[in-house]
Write a new protein. Structure first.
Length: 543
């Protein structure tokens, strides 16, 4: 998905003829002199698809080569291990059970039982393959069946919107998008090169078809939005860097923003909007820009016809859409769990809700340390909500929130989320919570080793290659290092801010109160900490 680019002011006819337009309105004189009908000028407020086909094909080629090399190395390692194990077992069995004469008799009998090979067959040529069936003829059905049965297990809410507009023909954008996603997923899980190649080919076709959709009336149809969302999921599976994912999410934000909140009031479009807005909010936070979805009309109007859809998950998403506006710009494998117990839930949406809540809370705690320094208190709330403790493993609203405590809740939810039957759905839901948790733990601790193990599992077993890129060394322990670093809090008017030093003098409260950024943060913090989910855990089990 390309972003909005620079466009020519020429009329549509001159652009097609590739001649210079004199820009005369309402119809250019150049068309009149050529005796052709002037089709007029493009709407300057519309969308423009920037064709990045060459860049996309280059990126696809690099990804495919990297995958093939990785799979080849892994296959050779597995083959060598199996061959070594098999040879040792055969030698031991023969030595234990057969004498020399018996071994010769057995070998002779085995050779006699084999059908004689023709001279051509011995050299690997002339073999008749007429009776063999190729999997290529059925690979579309195999890939799609595997995707629908395994990919979103435990999170079926994703499947309906992904299939919107699918007509199962070669010129359908949704068809090519689903083929790309299913082929890559099947190939990554089964380490099948042909399936991954097929997925990348369909991805290129889907991009070309999407470019045509976005310059037609289909721009405002729901499948255009769902196709971009599906392609963003493809990029999460395909690339460890996440650059392609961020580009597609930028396109999602542009499509939603160019529409209006009333468009998303139907149940189908509301479900798509609910999924898309969290990704848009994460993108805005990454770019450190205010998210338009925090405006009052975007958090109220889409739910007017279906108020029951405004559940706990939606309220948490509302809060996170607020958060990018609170950010300030600054220059710049142990297999065992580190915890003796793990959280178990009634279903995956409950587990994902708690994980996303803790993700926002971690970001919120870091922002508080940056803005308030050592005087920051994680218990600042406008009121205390009495909650009866029924489970000693959970943090309640009135409890003091620490970085390790909140991150620990996320890690203790991992075991349930990635267990059967959730698999890929659980891996996908835990991507961003684990991305936030890794900032809490420094090098050498058992929690960080556990996180590395989980990120590799997400890539190997879940198919989401982007998880490997989330373990960059610069992220690990960043939240803890905030306590030891000098933080420059800039005021909104551009004047020099206060320096907050670890162990240094506490800045005056009046200075913080005068900072509009701090006031915005405190208001957001007070509202968010009252939305703590509770009662969602069923039991604690020993790991």
């Amino acid at each position: 998905m390309g972003c909005n680019g620079m466009r020519s002011g020429a009329c549509q006819t001159c652009r097609k003829r590739r001649v210079k337009c004199d820009l005369t309105e309402p119809a250019c004189q150049r068309c009149a002199k050529a005796k052709v009908q002037c089709e007029g000028y493009a709407n300057k407020g519309g969308l423009k698809f920037v064709d990045e086909k060459e860049k996309a094909e280059k990126r696809v080629k690099l990804k495919r080569e990297a995958y093939l090399q990785a799979i080849q190395v892994e296959d050779e390692r597995i083959r060598a291990r199996k061959q070594s194990t098999g040879n040792e077992a055969v030698v031991k069995m023969q030595s234990a059970n057969l004498s020399g004469v018996e071994r010769e008799t057995a070998d002779s009998a085995r050779d006699t039982a084999k059908p004689p090979l023709s001279r051509q067959n011995r050299h690997g040529v002339g073999v008749n393959h007429e009776n063999e069936l190729s999997v290529i003829a059925f690979q579309d059905n195999i890939h799609m069946s595997f995707l629908l049965s395994k990919f979103w297990t435990g999170a079926k809410m994703f499947t309906p919107w992904m299939m919107k507009g699918c007509r199962w023909n070669e010129n359908c954008t949704t068809t090519q998008t689903m083929k790309a996603l299913s082929g890559l997923y099947f190939g990554r899980i089964h380490r099948r090169k042909q399936s991954m190649d097929f997925g990348f080919q369909c991805y290129s076709k889907a991009l070309r078809l999407l470019s045509k959709d976005l310059v037609s009336t289909r721009t405002w149809e729901l499948p255009s939005l769902t196709n971009v969302l599906s392609l963003s999921v493809f990029e999460i599976m395909a690339s460890p860097s996440g650059q392609g994912f961020l580009q597609h999410e930028g396109g999602v934000a542009r499509l939603i923003q160019s529409s209006n909140p009333e468009r998303f009031q139907s149940q189908d479009e509301l479900a798509v909007f609910e999924y898309a807005r969290l990704a848009v909010a994460f993108g805005c936070a990454d770019l450190r820009i205010r998210c338009f979805l925090a405006e009052p009309e975007w958090i109220t109007i889409p739910w007017l016809k279906h108020p029951e859809a405004k559940d706990l998950k939606s309220l948490i998403y509302d809060s996170f859409c607020d958060f990018p506006g609170c950010c300030i710009t600054k220059p710049s494998q142990d297999p065992k769990s580190p915890f003796p117990t793990a959280f178990h839930f009634q279903n995956l949406p409950q587990a994902a809700g708690l994980a996303h809540y803790n993700t926002v809370l971690l970001v919120l705690l870091r922002a508080g340390r940056i803005l308030k320094g050592l005087c920051f208190s994680s218990t600042i709330c406008s009121e205390t909500i009495p909650v009866t403790r029924t489970n000693s493993g959970l943090l309640l609203p009135q409890d003091v929130k620490t970085l390790h405590g909140v991150a620990g809740e996320i890690l203790r939810s991992v075991e349930y989320c990635i267990s059967e039957p959730h698999t890929s759905g659980g891996y996908f839901q835990m991507l961003f919570p684990l991305r936030a948790a890794i900032e809490v733990y420094k090098d050498g601790c058992k929690e960080r080793k556990y996180l590395y193990k989980i990120f590799n599992e997400i890539a190997d077993n879940g198919g989401f290659e982007m998880s490997r890129g989330l373990t960059r060394a610069g992220l690990c322990g960043r939240m803890i290092e905030d306590e030891e670093s000098v933080t420059d809090v800039g005021k909104a008017d551009g004047t020099e801010g206060h320096l907050l030093r670890s162990g240094g003098e506490k800045p005056p409260e009046a200075a913080h109160a005068a900072n509009p950024m701090t006031a915005t943060y405190l208001n957001f913090s007070s509202r968010f900490m009252q939305k703590r989910p509770n009662g969602s855990l069923r039991s604690l089990i020993s790991t």
